[in-house]
Design a binder for this molecule. Structure first.
Ligand SMILES: [Zn+2]
Length: 193
């Protein structure tokens, strides 16, 4: 049942209309919107029945991340800034590996799910684990869209759109500066608290 609930939540999340920022065409959303202001999807933080793999959110104020991050990374992660399209070296990164949150180092994406979206932002078809991201509706551009963030530190990563490749149809449009890339074979760094 919990998986069904999660999928229903994700379906609602993916109903967000497309917008110029991070968008690549004006295709209308395929799903009817069921979300509203303040609607929080449960994609990121629901524990499984056994509790395995559940993410425990950090209780760390954004100000404490400032000393650990570049000004550009801090602006995206904790002030919801958007990096300039085409500015991230990760756009061209094609090696196998893992993309981790640039703040707390939680793995967020597997390179196997990266694809060239043509938007100028690193794009993925799915997160490495749905429990590692949280989502919320974002009204910064007046119309609603779906923001997602690291489920552990709360750092803003990007937005989800529903014009991704089949079969999932999802496009997770991420700010490159909010991610670190760990090539396959290298050890993942310990999570930062
Ligand atoms: Zn994080």
């Amino acid at each position: 049942m919990q998986r069904r609930t999660l999928l229903q939540g994700l379906a609602a999340v993916l109903a967000a209309p497309l917008l110029p920022a991070c968008a690549r065409d004006d295709r209308p959303p395929r799903l009817a919107s069921t979300g509203g202001a303040g609607n929080i999807a449960a994609a990121g933080t629901q524990a499984t029945a056994a509790g395995r793999g559940a993410i425990v959110p950090l209780d760390k104020p954004a100000s404490e991340w400032k000393a650990l991050l570049s000004p550009a990374a801090y602006a995206v992660l904790f002030e919801e800034d958007t990096e300039r399209a085409g500015s991230s070296p990760l756009n061209a990164q094609k090696r196998p590996g893992t993309y981790i949150c640039a703040a707390c180092f939680l793995p967020l994406f597997d390179a196997a799910h990266k694809f060239e979206s043509g938007t100028g932002w690193p794009s993925f078809t799915r997160p490495i684990d749905p429990r590692h991201v949280g989502t919320k509706r974002d009204f910064k551009l007046i119309l609603p869209r779906t923001e997602y963030h690291c489920a552990r530190c709360g750092g803003h990563q990007g937005h989800i759109f529903n014009d991704g490749p089949r079969p999932r149809g999802e496009r997770w449009c991420n700010n490159g500066v909010a991610l670190n890339f760990v090539p396959e074979g290298d050890a993942l760094p310990a999570l930062r608290s």
